[in-house]
Design a protein around this ligand. Structure first.
Ligand code: ADP
Length: 446
Protein backbone atom coordinates (compact mmCIF):
# COMPACT_ATOMS: atom_id res chain seq x y z
CA UNK A 1 0.00 0.00 0.00
CA UNK A 2 1.09 3.54 -0.57
CA UNK A 3 2.34 5.21 2.59
CA UNK A 4 2.85 8.62 1.08
CA UNK A 5 0.04 11.07 1.91
CA UNK A 6 0.65 13.23 -1.18
CA UNK A 7 0.43 10.22 -3.42
CA UNK A 8 -2.73 9.04 -1.70
CA UNK A 9 -4.32 12.42 -2.36
CA UNK A 10 -3.27 12.34 -6.00
CA UNK A 11 -4.63 8.87 -6.38
CA UNK A 12 -7.91 9.88 -4.82
CA UNK A 13 -8.14 12.84 -7.19
CA UNK A 14 -7.45 10.57 -10.16
CA UNK A 15 -10.11 8.19 -8.97
CA UNK A 16 -12.65 11.02 -8.89
CA UNK A 17 -11.79 12.24 -12.37
CA UNK A 18 -10.63 9.18 -14.24
CA UNK A 19 -10.63 10.92 -17.62
CA UNK A 20 -8.28 13.68 -16.57
CA UNK A 21 -5.24 12.70 -18.58
CA UNK A 22 -2.71 15.22 -17.20
CA UNK A 23 -3.67 14.18 -13.67
CA UNK A 24 -3.30 10.48 -14.35
CA UNK A 25 -0.05 11.02 -16.10
CA UNK A 26 1.26 13.02 -13.17
CA UNK A 27 0.17 10.33 -10.73
CA UNK A 28 1.89 7.66 -12.82
CA UNK A 29 5.09 9.67 -12.98
CA UNK A 30 5.08 10.27 -9.23
CA UNK A 31 4.54 6.59 -8.54
CA UNK A 32 7.43 5.73 -10.83
CA UNK A 33 9.69 8.34 -9.26
CA UNK A 34 8.95 6.98 -5.79
CA UNK A 35 9.57 3.41 -6.86
CA UNK A 36 6.01 2.07 -6.63
CA UNK A 37 6.63 0.18 -9.81
CA UNK A 38 3.59 -2.05 -10.06
CA UNK A 39 1.27 0.86 -9.23
CA UNK A 40 3.06 3.09 -11.70
CA UNK A 41 2.68 0.45 -14.35
CA UNK A 42 -1.07 0.20 -13.74
CA UNK A 43 -1.46 3.97 -13.93
CA UNK A 44 0.56 4.29 -17.12
CA UNK A 45 -1.61 1.58 -18.65
CA UNK A 46 -4.74 3.43 -17.65
CA UNK A 47 -3.30 6.63 -19.13
CA UNK A 48 -2.47 4.82 -22.36
CA UNK A 49 -6.09 3.87 -22.74
CA UNK A 50 -6.88 7.60 -22.77
CA UNK A 51 -4.00 8.46 -25.10
CA UNK A 52 -2.97 5.31 -26.96
CA UNK A 53 -0.09 6.69 -29.02
CA UNK A 54 1.48 8.94 -26.42
CA UNK A 55 5.27 8.59 -26.43
CA UNK A 56 5.77 9.94 -22.88
CA UNK A 57 3.27 7.54 -21.38
CA UNK A 58 4.74 4.65 -23.34
CA UNK A 59 8.18 5.67 -22.10
CA UNK A 60 6.91 5.65 -18.51
CA UNK A 61 5.29 2.25 -18.90
CA UNK A 62 8.41 0.77 -20.50
CA UNK A 63 10.55 2.26 -17.74
CA UNK A 64 8.30 0.67 -15.10
CA UNK A 65 8.69 -2.66 -16.89
CA UNK A 66 12.48 -2.38 -17.13
CA UNK A 67 12.78 -1.62 -13.44
CA UNK A 68 10.78 -4.77 -12.72
CA UNK A 69 13.06 -6.87 -14.96
CA UNK A 70 10.21 -7.38 -17.43
CA UNK A 71 12.45 -6.55 -20.36
CA UNK A 72 10.39 -8.41 -22.95
CA UNK A 73 7.25 -6.58 -21.87
CA UNK A 74 9.15 -3.26 -22.07
CA UNK A 75 10.28 -3.97 -25.61
CA UNK A 76 6.84 -5.01 -26.67
CA UNK A 77 5.41 -1.74 -25.27
CA UNK A 78 8.05 0.25 -27.18
CA UNK A 79 7.73 -1.77 -30.36
CA UNK A 80 5.08 0.38 -32.12
CA UNK A 81 7.49 3.32 -31.89
CA UNK A 82 10.80 1.57 -32.51
CA UNK A 83 9.53 0.08 -35.75
CA UNK A 84 9.36 3.47 -37.46
CA UNK A 85 12.47 5.54 -38.14
CA UNK A 86 12.71 8.87 -36.37
CA UNK A 87 11.09 7.63 -33.15
CA UNK A 88 11.77 9.74 -30.05
CA UNK A 89 15.40 9.07 -29.06
CA UNK A 90 14.62 8.73 -25.36
CA UNK A 91 12.59 5.62 -26.20
CA UNK A 92 15.75 4.21 -27.75
CA UNK A 93 17.55 4.66 -24.44
CA UNK A 94 14.91 2.69 -22.56
CA UNK A 95 14.99 0.03 -25.26
CA UNK A 96 18.77 -0.15 -24.84
CA UNK A 97 18.38 -0.76 -21.11
CA UNK A 98 15.83 -3.50 -21.75
CA UNK A 99 18.04 -5.12 -24.39
CA UNK A 100 21.04 -4.97 -22.08
CA UNK A 101 18.93 -6.59 -19.38
CA UNK A 102 18.22 -9.40 -21.82
CA UNK A 103 21.92 -9.82 -22.52
CA UNK A 104 21.44 -8.52 -26.09
CA UNK A 105 24.53 -6.38 -25.85
CA UNK A 106 25.02 -5.68 -29.55
CA UNK A 107 21.44 -4.60 -30.12
CA UNK A 108 21.50 -2.53 -26.92
CA UNK A 109 24.61 -0.68 -28.08
CA UNK A 110 23.04 -0.09 -31.47
CA UNK A 111 19.90 1.45 -29.95
CA UNK A 112 21.88 3.54 -27.50
CA UNK A 113 24.33 5.09 -29.95
CA UNK A 114 21.66 5.55 -32.58
CA UNK A 115 19.57 7.47 -30.03
CA UNK A 116 22.37 9.75 -28.81
CA UNK A 117 23.53 10.42 -32.35
CA UNK A 118 20.14 12.02 -32.93
CA UNK A 119 19.83 13.71 -29.57
CA UNK A 120 22.99 13.94 -27.43
CA UNK A 121 20.98 15.26 -24.48
CA UNK A 122 19.47 11.83 -23.83
CA UNK A 123 22.92 10.32 -23.14
CA UNK A 124 23.08 8.23 -19.98
CA UNK A 125 26.70 7.91 -18.80
CA UNK A 126 25.93 5.07 -16.42
CA UNK A 127 24.27 3.06 -19.19
CA UNK A 128 27.10 3.88 -21.60
CA UNK A 129 29.56 2.57 -19.03
CA UNK A 130 27.61 -0.67 -18.60
CA UNK A 131 27.45 -1.09 -22.39
CA UNK A 132 31.19 -0.55 -22.70
CA UNK A 133 31.88 -3.11 -19.98
CA UNK A 134 29.46 -5.57 -21.55
CA UNK A 135 30.87 -5.23 -25.05
CA UNK A 136 34.58 -4.94 -24.31
CA UNK A 137 35.05 -6.03 -20.72
CA UNK A 138 36.92 -2.81 -20.02
CA UNK A 139 35.49 0.08 -18.13
CA UNK A 140 37.22 2.76 -20.16
CA UNK A 141 35.82 4.40 -23.30
CA UNK A 142 36.01 4.86 -26.29
CA UNK A 143 32.48 3.75 -26.97
CA UNK A 144 31.92 1.61 -30.03
CA UNK A 145 30.59 3.49 -33.06
CA UNK A 146 27.01 2.78 -34.01
CA UNK A 147 26.78 -0.19 -36.34
CA UNK A 148 25.49 0.48 -39.85
CA UNK A 149 22.32 -1.51 -39.40
CA UNK A 150 20.54 -3.40 -36.60
CA UNK A 151 21.85 -6.94 -36.26
CA UNK A 152 19.87 -9.55 -38.12
CA UNK A 153 17.29 -10.96 -35.79
CA UNK A 154 15.62 -13.71 -37.76
CA UNK A 155 16.21 -16.86 -35.78
CA UNK A 156 13.21 -18.91 -36.63
CA UNK A 157 14.60 -22.02 -38.22
CA UNK A 158 15.22 -25.60 -37.28
CA UNK A 159 18.47 -26.15 -35.50
CA UNK A 160 20.27 -29.35 -34.58
CA UNK A 161 21.70 -28.73 -31.16
CA UNK A 162 25.07 -30.24 -30.39
CA UNK A 163 24.69 -29.43 -26.70
CA UNK A 164 23.48 -32.02 -24.22
CA UNK A 165 22.90 -31.95 -20.47
CA UNK A 166 26.61 -32.74 -20.07
CA UNK A 167 27.24 -29.18 -21.26
CA UNK A 168 25.01 -27.71 -18.57
CA UNK A 169 26.87 -27.32 -15.31
CA UNK A 170 25.09 -27.86 -12.03
CA UNK A 171 21.29 -27.56 -12.01
CA UNK A 172 20.88 -31.25 -11.26
CA UNK A 173 17.35 -30.81 -9.94
CA UNK A 174 16.35 -28.76 -12.97
CA UNK A 175 17.79 -31.30 -15.39
CA UNK A 176 16.05 -34.11 -13.55
CA UNK A 177 12.65 -32.46 -13.73
CA UNK A 178 13.12 -31.75 -17.44
CA UNK A 179 14.15 -35.34 -17.99
CA UNK A 180 10.97 -36.64 -16.40
CA UNK A 181 8.78 -34.05 -17.99
CA UNK A 182 10.17 -33.91 -21.48
CA UNK A 183 12.52 -36.69 -22.28
CA UNK A 184 11.16 -39.85 -20.74
CA UNK A 185 7.71 -39.61 -22.33
CA UNK A 186 9.36 -39.43 -25.74
CA UNK A 187 12.04 -42.00 -25.09
CA UNK A 188 9.77 -44.48 -23.33
CA UNK A 189 6.23 -43.84 -24.55
CA UNK A 190 5.02 -47.34 -23.55
CA UNK A 191 5.88 -46.75 -19.95
CA UNK A 192 4.04 -43.47 -19.88
CA UNK A 193 1.06 -44.86 -21.76
CA UNK A 194 0.84 -47.69 -19.26
CA UNK A 195 0.25 -45.14 -16.54
CA UNK A 196 -2.26 -43.27 -18.64
CA UNK A 197 -0.02 -40.27 -19.08
CA UNK A 198 0.68 -38.68 -22.39
CA UNK A 199 3.49 -36.50 -23.52
CA UNK A 200 2.70 -32.85 -23.83
CA UNK A 201 2.37 -29.74 -21.81
CA UNK A 202 5.08 -27.21 -21.65
CA UNK A 203 7.62 -26.09 -19.11
CA UNK A 204 8.22 -22.48 -18.20
CA UNK A 205 11.81 -21.77 -17.21
CA UNK A 206 12.22 -18.66 -15.12
CA UNK A 207 15.13 -16.96 -13.42
CA UNK A 208 17.44 -13.97 -13.68
CA UNK A 209 18.83 -12.99 -17.09
CA UNK A 210 21.90 -14.99 -18.07
CA UNK A 211 21.27 -17.85 -15.66
CA UNK A 212 21.26 -20.33 -18.54
CA UNK A 213 17.64 -20.80 -19.58
CA UNK A 214 18.31 -20.72 -23.31
CA UNK A 215 21.39 -22.86 -22.87
CA UNK A 216 19.33 -25.40 -20.96
CA UNK A 217 16.57 -25.51 -23.58
CA UNK A 218 19.11 -26.08 -26.32
CA UNK A 219 20.75 -28.83 -24.27
CA UNK A 220 17.38 -30.49 -23.71
CA UNK A 221 16.89 -30.66 -27.49
CA UNK A 222 20.34 -32.17 -27.96
CA UNK A 223 19.83 -34.62 -25.10
CA UNK A 224 16.70 -35.89 -26.80
CA UNK A 225 18.12 -35.82 -30.32
CA UNK A 226 15.24 -33.50 -31.16
CA UNK A 227 15.18 -30.58 -33.55
CA UNK A 228 15.30 -27.15 -31.92
CA UNK A 229 13.16 -24.24 -33.01
CA UNK A 230 14.14 -21.03 -31.27
CA UNK A 231 11.58 -18.25 -31.28
CA UNK A 232 13.32 -15.14 -30.01
CA UNK A 233 11.90 -11.88 -28.82
CA UNK A 234 12.32 -10.30 -32.25
CA UNK A 235 10.23 -13.06 -33.82
CA UNK A 236 7.52 -12.58 -31.24
CA UNK A 237 7.49 -8.83 -31.78
CA UNK A 238 7.28 -9.37 -35.54
CA UNK A 239 4.14 -11.33 -34.90
CA UNK A 240 2.50 -8.23 -33.51
CA UNK A 241 2.95 -6.55 -36.87
CA UNK A 242 0.31 -7.90 -39.22
CA UNK A 243 -0.36 -11.53 -40.18
CA UNK A 244 0.45 -12.57 -36.64
CA UNK A 245 -1.82 -15.59 -36.51
CA UNK A 246 -0.29 -16.94 -39.69
CA UNK A 247 3.25 -16.52 -38.35
CA UNK A 248 2.43 -18.23 -35.11
CA UNK A 249 0.67 -21.11 -36.83
CA UNK A 250 3.64 -21.46 -39.19
CA UNK A 251 6.02 -21.67 -36.24
CA UNK A 252 4.06 -24.44 -34.55
CA UNK A 253 3.71 -26.23 -37.89
CA UNK A 254 7.45 -26.02 -38.45
CA UNK A 255 7.96 -27.73 -35.10
CA UNK A 256 5.28 -30.33 -35.84
CA UNK A 257 6.87 -31.17 -39.21
CA UNK A 258 10.18 -31.73 -37.48
CA UNK A 259 9.08 -33.81 -34.53
CA UNK A 260 10.53 -34.77 -32.17
CA UNK A 261 11.16 -31.14 -31.66
CA UNK A 262 11.80 -28.71 -28.84
CA UNK A 263 9.93 -25.48 -29.58
CA UNK A 264 11.47 -22.75 -27.45
CA UNK A 265 9.94 -19.33 -26.81
CA UNK A 266 12.46 -16.96 -25.32
CA UNK A 267 11.24 -13.96 -23.32
CA UNK A 268 7.71 -15.24 -23.47
CA UNK A 269 6.54 -12.44 -21.17
CA UNK A 270 6.45 -10.29 -24.30
CA UNK A 271 3.63 -12.52 -25.48
CA UNK A 272 2.06 -13.60 -22.27
CA UNK A 273 1.71 -10.39 -20.29
CA UNK A 274 -1.55 -10.73 -18.45
CA UNK A 275 -4.29 -10.62 -21.00
CA UNK A 276 -6.52 -8.32 -19.04
CA UNK A 277 -3.78 -5.71 -19.34
CA UNK A 278 -3.60 -5.87 -23.07
CA UNK A 279 -4.62 -2.68 -24.71
CA UNK A 280 -4.83 -3.80 -28.27
CA UNK A 281 -7.36 -6.20 -29.66
CA UNK A 282 -4.80 -7.75 -31.98
CA UNK A 283 -2.48 -8.45 -29.06
CA UNK A 284 -5.26 -10.31 -27.30
CA UNK A 285 -5.93 -12.22 -30.48
CA UNK A 286 -2.30 -13.25 -30.77
CA UNK A 287 -2.29 -14.55 -27.22
CA UNK A 288 -5.50 -16.48 -27.76
CA UNK A 289 -4.02 -17.97 -30.89
CA UNK A 290 -0.91 -18.97 -28.94
CA UNK A 291 -3.05 -20.72 -26.34
CA UNK A 292 -5.03 -22.46 -29.07
CA UNK A 293 -1.83 -23.70 -30.70
CA UNK A 294 -0.56 -24.93 -27.34
CA UNK A 295 -3.77 -26.85 -26.79
CA UNK A 296 -3.69 -28.26 -30.33
CA UNK A 297 -6.69 -28.96 -32.53
CA UNK A 298 -6.79 -32.53 -31.29
CA UNK A 299 -4.97 -34.36 -28.56
CA UNK A 300 -2.30 -35.64 -30.94
CA UNK A 301 -1.56 -32.32 -32.60
CA UNK A 302 1.46 -31.54 -30.47
CA UNK A 303 2.68 -35.05 -29.87
CA UNK A 304 6.45 -35.07 -30.01
CA UNK A 305 6.58 -31.29 -29.74
CA UNK A 306 7.99 -30.15 -26.44
CA UNK A 307 7.19 -26.56 -25.76
CA UNK A 308 9.62 -24.72 -23.52
CA UNK A 309 9.49 -21.05 -22.70
CA UNK A 310 11.76 -18.77 -20.75
CA UNK A 311 11.15 -15.54 -18.92
CA UNK A 312 12.87 -13.23 -16.48
CA UNK A 313 9.48 -11.99 -15.34
CA UNK A 314 7.27 -14.98 -14.53
CA UNK A 315 4.89 -12.75 -12.57
CA UNK A 316 3.77 -11.29 -15.89
CA UNK A 317 2.61 -14.58 -17.24
CA UNK A 318 -1.16 -14.83 -17.50
CA UNK A 319 -2.59 -17.64 -15.36
CA UNK A 320 -4.30 -18.95 -18.50
CA UNK A 321 -0.84 -19.99 -19.66
CA UNK A 322 -0.39 -22.21 -16.66
CA UNK A 323 -3.47 -24.41 -17.09
CA UNK A 324 -2.95 -28.16 -17.49
CA UNK A 325 -1.53 -29.07 -20.88
CA UNK A 326 -0.09 -25.60 -21.31
CA UNK A 327 2.86 -24.37 -19.25
CA UNK A 328 1.80 -26.49 -16.35
CA UNK A 329 5.27 -26.72 -14.86
CA UNK A 330 7.40 -23.85 -13.74
CA UNK A 331 11.06 -24.51 -13.22
CA UNK A 332 13.31 -22.02 -11.46
CA UNK A 333 16.73 -21.65 -13.06
CA UNK A 334 18.69 -20.18 -10.17
CA UNK A 335 21.79 -18.04 -10.21
CA UNK A 336 24.71 -20.46 -9.80
CA UNK A 337 26.24 -21.11 -6.35
CA UNK A 338 30.02 -21.48 -5.98
CA UNK A 339 30.02 -25.17 -6.93
CA UNK A 340 27.91 -24.47 -9.99
CA UNK A 341 30.12 -21.53 -10.97
CA UNK A 342 33.21 -23.73 -10.82
CA UNK A 343 31.43 -26.29 -12.97
CA UNK A 344 30.33 -23.64 -15.49
CA UNK A 345 33.89 -22.28 -15.68
CA UNK A 346 35.22 -25.79 -16.20
CA UNK A 347 32.82 -26.30 -19.11
CA UNK A 348 33.57 -22.90 -20.62
CA UNK A 349 37.35 -23.59 -20.47
CA UNK A 350 37.03 -27.16 -21.69
CA UNK A 351 38.77 -26.82 -25.04
CA UNK A 352 41.15 -23.99 -24.16
CA UNK A 353 44.89 -24.44 -23.56
CA UNK A 354 45.24 -24.36 -19.78
CA UNK A 355 48.13 -24.20 -17.35
CA UNK A 356 47.24 -24.94 -13.72
CA UNK A 357 43.71 -23.80 -13.01
CA UNK A 358 41.99 -23.50 -9.67
CA UNK A 359 38.36 -23.24 -10.73
CA UNK A 360 37.17 -23.18 -7.13
CA UNK A 361 39.25 -20.09 -6.40
CA UNK A 362 37.79 -18.31 -9.43
CA UNK A 363 34.31 -19.41 -8.40
CA UNK A 364 34.85 -17.88 -4.96
CA UNK A 365 35.93 -14.61 -6.57
CA UNK A 366 32.87 -14.40 -8.82
CA UNK A 367 29.96 -14.25 -6.42
CA UNK A 368 26.78 -12.86 -7.97
CA UNK A 369 27.95 -13.65 -11.49
CA UNK A 370 25.65 -15.81 -13.62
CA UNK A 371 26.57 -18.11 -16.50
CA UNK A 372 26.44 -15.35 -19.08
CA UNK A 373 28.78 -13.18 -16.97
CA UNK A 374 31.20 -16.06 -16.50
CA UNK A 375 31.24 -16.61 -20.23
CA UNK A 376 32.22 -12.95 -20.60
CA UNK A 377 35.07 -13.45 -18.09
CA UNK A 378 36.43 -16.47 -19.96
CA UNK A 379 36.09 -14.73 -23.35
CA UNK A 380 38.05 -11.76 -22.10
CA UNK A 381 40.81 -13.86 -20.54
CA UNK A 382 41.12 -15.78 -23.81
CA UNK A 383 41.40 -12.55 -25.76
CA UNK A 384 44.24 -11.30 -23.55
CA UNK A 385 46.06 -14.65 -23.85
CA UNK A 386 45.67 -14.60 -27.61
CA UNK A 387 47.29 -11.20 -27.84
CA UNK A 388 50.15 -12.30 -25.57
CA UNK A 389 50.62 -15.46 -27.63
CA UNK A 390 50.75 -13.45 -30.83
CA UNK A 391 53.42 -11.12 -29.48
CA UNK A 392 55.36 -14.03 -27.98
CA UNK A 393 55.09 -16.08 -31.17
CA UNK A 394 54.05 -19.18 -29.20
CA UNK A 395 50.86 -20.31 -27.45
CA UNK A 396 50.72 -19.25 -23.79
CA UNK A 397 48.24 -21.32 -21.77
CA UNK A 398 45.69 -19.68 -19.52
CA UNK A 399 46.06 -19.80 -15.73
CA UNK A 400 44.08 -19.04 -12.58
CA UNK A 401 45.57 -15.56 -12.42
CA UNK A 402 44.29 -14.78 -15.93
CA UNK A 403 40.73 -15.66 -15.03
CA UNK A 404 40.97 -13.78 -11.74
CA UNK A 405 42.23 -10.71 -13.56
CA UNK A 406 39.41 -10.90 -16.11
CA UNK A 407 36.89 -11.39 -13.29
CA UNK A 408 38.03 -8.16 -11.60
CA UNK A 409 36.47 -5.99 -14.28
CA UNK A 410 33.25 -8.01 -14.45
CA UNK A 411 30.11 -6.38 -13.17
CA UNK A 412 27.37 -8.79 -12.17
CA UNK A 413 24.32 -8.52 -14.36
CA UNK A 414 21.18 -7.80 -12.53
CA UNK A 415 20.94 -10.79 -10.18
CA UNK A 416 20.52 -8.80 -7.00
CA UNK A 417 18.07 -6.43 -8.64
CA UNK A 418 16.19 -9.39 -10.02
CA UNK A 419 15.91 -11.06 -6.63
CA UNK A 420 14.67 -7.79 -5.12
CA UNK A 421 11.95 -7.55 -7.76
CA UNK A 422 11.07 -11.19 -7.27
CA UNK A 423 10.76 -10.60 -3.54
CA UNK A 424 8.21 -7.83 -4.14
CA UNK A 425 6.09 -10.08 -6.25
CA UNK A 426 6.13 -13.40 -4.57
CA UNK A 427 6.73 -12.91 -0.87
CA UNK A 428 3.08 -12.30 -0.14
CA UNK A 429 1.63 -14.15 -3.10
CA UNK A 430 2.61 -17.76 -2.73
CA UNK A 431 -0.71 -19.29 -1.67
CA UNK A 432 -0.64 -21.76 -4.52
CA UNK A 433 2.94 -22.75 -3.81
CA UNK A 434 3.89 -21.74 -7.34
CA UNK A 435 7.01 -19.96 -6.09
CA UNK A 436 8.21 -22.58 -3.60
CA UNK A 437 11.47 -23.15 -5.45
CA UNK A 438 12.23 -19.46 -5.40
CA UNK A 439 11.48 -18.85 -1.71
CA UNK A 440 14.85 -19.85 -0.19
CA UNK A 441 16.57 -17.44 -2.57
CA UNK A 442 14.45 -14.42 -1.95
CA UNK A 443 14.56 -15.00 1.78
CA UNK A 444 18.34 -14.88 1.50
CA UNK A 445 18.85 -18.44 2.70
CA UNK A 446 20.80 -19.39 -0.42
P1 ADP B 1 19.36 -16.88 -20.22
O1 ADP B 1 18.65 -17.51 -21.36
O2 ADP B 1 18.92 -17.40 -18.88
O3 ADP B 1 19.34 -15.38 -20.24
P2 ADP B 1 21.69 -18.02 -21.47
O4 ADP B 1 21.20 -19.41 -21.60
O5 ADP B 1 21.65 -17.17 -22.68
O6 ADP B 1 20.91 -17.29 -20.28
O7 ADP B 1 23.18 -18.06 -20.84
C1 ADP B 1 24.21 -17.34 -21.41
C2 ADP B 1 25.46 -18.17 -21.57
O8 ADP B 1 26.00 -18.53 -20.29
C3 ADP B 1 25.24 -19.47 -22.30
O9 ADP B 1 25.38 -19.34 -23.67
C4 ADP B 1 26.31 -20.37 -21.74
O10 ADP B 1 27.51 -20.23 -22.45
C5 ADP B 1 26.56 -19.83 -20.34
N1 ADP B 1 25.90 -20.65 -19.30
C6 ADP B 1 24.87 -20.27 -18.53
N2 ADP B 1 24.55 -21.22 -17.64
C7 ADP B 1 25.39 -22.25 -17.87
C8 ADP B 1 25.55 -23.56 -17.28
N3 ADP B 1 24.79 -23.98 -16.26
N4 ADP B 1 26.52 -24.35 -17.78
C9 ADP B 1 27.31 -23.94 -18.79
N5 ADP B 1 27.20 -22.73 -19.39
C10 ADP B 1 26.26 -21.89 -18.93
Amino acid sequence: MLDDAGLQALREAARLSPDNLPLRRHLAEQLLAKGYLADAEAEFRAALVLAPKDADITAGLAEAFVRQSAYGAALSALEPFLASPGYPPRLGIIAARALLGEGETGKAAYRYYEAISRDPSVADPELAERLTVATTGHSSPPPPPPPAAPPDSSEEEVERSKLTFADVAGMEAVKESLRVKLLLPIQQPELFAAYGKRAGGGVLLYGPPGSGKTHLARAAAGELGAAFVNVGLADILDMYVGSSERNLRATFDLARRNRPCVLFFDEVDALAARRSDMRQAHTRQLVNQFLAELDGVDQHANEGVLVLAATNAPWYIDVAFRRPGRFDQMVFVPPPDATARAAILRILCRDKPLAEMDFDAVARATEHLVGADLKGVVDRAVEVKLQQSISAGRPIPMSTADLLAAAKGAKPTAVREWLATARNYVLHANESGAWDELMPWIKGKR
